[in-house]
Write a protein that binds this ligand. Structure first.
Ligand code: IPE
Ligand code: IPE
Ligand code: MG
Length: 247
């Protein structure tokens, strides 16, 4: 990367795409227009992440708690996701993008799950950016399912209780095989994780931007990368700078 401010590119960026409703409200438009505009921001962000050399991009598309919204809004959100996969899958595939889906799959009705599985299957062997779509995702539910799986393995004799450690838990999560996010971005000025990647976020850098998601674009993505590059990640140890001067 020629720009020295972007010397450190995060391997995995995860985004809580928030503020579609407020973006629309501010303009006196129905919330659904905000969601529609949000899909354009998704397209731009996927391109920007690929261009920046990011390897994994996780997008929080629909949380396990979002079902509590009015039925009409849930319907609109599902419709947009369905259309995004139908319209964009071929191009994502052409761009060598691999799609992974995280979130609870049990009890999902309708055609959404088959569509998501088709997207995963079609792009399984691609070697470019991995686009992780968090759908019907809640981190506590993900962790509970991982524990239940480990417990079943112990019951069947495939695993011993003493085998349970950080690695075996990580391998039992929906994100198995995906490195933890280096950077988590949340738009809309809210500063919370809202049940997103709680286990994986242990050492993520958090960047909160005031902008609403429909206004997110390539420039804001690179702005967040710049903030990330300026951070001093210590992982509980000493910073490289401190270590260099002998503590
Ligand atoms: C993000 O925007 C989209 C989803 C959560 C699915 P919101 O719909 O949460 O927008 P605000 O937070 O109400 O502005
Ligand atoms: C988080 O946003 C979920 C997604 C972006 C899909 P919310 O808008 O649902 O979060 P809260 O309710 O403000 O915490
Ligand atoms: Mg919100």
């Amino acid at each position: 990367m020629a720009n020295p401010e972007l010397a450190i590119i995060p391997q995995h960026v995860a985004i809580i795409m928030d503020g579609n409703g407020r973006w629309a409200n501010k303009r006196g438009l129905p919330r659904t227009i905000g969601h529609t505009k949000g899909v354009e921001a998704v397209r731009e962000t996927v391109k920007a992440a690929g261009d920046a050399g990011v390897r994994y991009l996780t997008l929080f598309a629909f949380s396990s708690e979002n079902w509590t919204r009015p039925e009409a809004e849930v319907h609109d959100l599902l419709g947009l996701l369905r259309r995004f996969i139908r319209r964009d899958l071929a191009e994502l595939h052409r761009e060598n993008i691999r799609i992974r889906v995280i979130g609870e799959r049990e009890n999902l009705r309708g055609d959404i799950l088959p569509l998501l599985l088709e997207a995963e299957d079609t792009t399984r062997h691609n070697t470019g950016l991995t686009l992780v779509i968090a759908f019907n995702y809640g981190a506590r539910n993900e962790i509970a399912r991982a524990f239940a799986k480990l417990a079943r393995d112990i019951e069947s004799g495939a695993l011993k209780a003493s085998d349970i450690d950080v690695d075996s838990i990580s391998r039992s999560l929906d994100t198995a095989g995906i490195p933890d996010p280096d950077l988590i971005i949340r738009t809309s000025g809210e500063e919370r994780l809202s049940n997103f990647l709680l286990w994986q976020a242990a050492y993520s850098e958090l960047v909160f931007l005031p902008d609403y998601w429909p206004d997110f674009d390539r420039n804001l993505f690179f702005e967040a990368l710049k903030i990330f590059a300026s951070r001093d990640r210590r992982f509980g140890g000493l910073s490289n700078k401190t270590a260099a001067v002998g503590g």
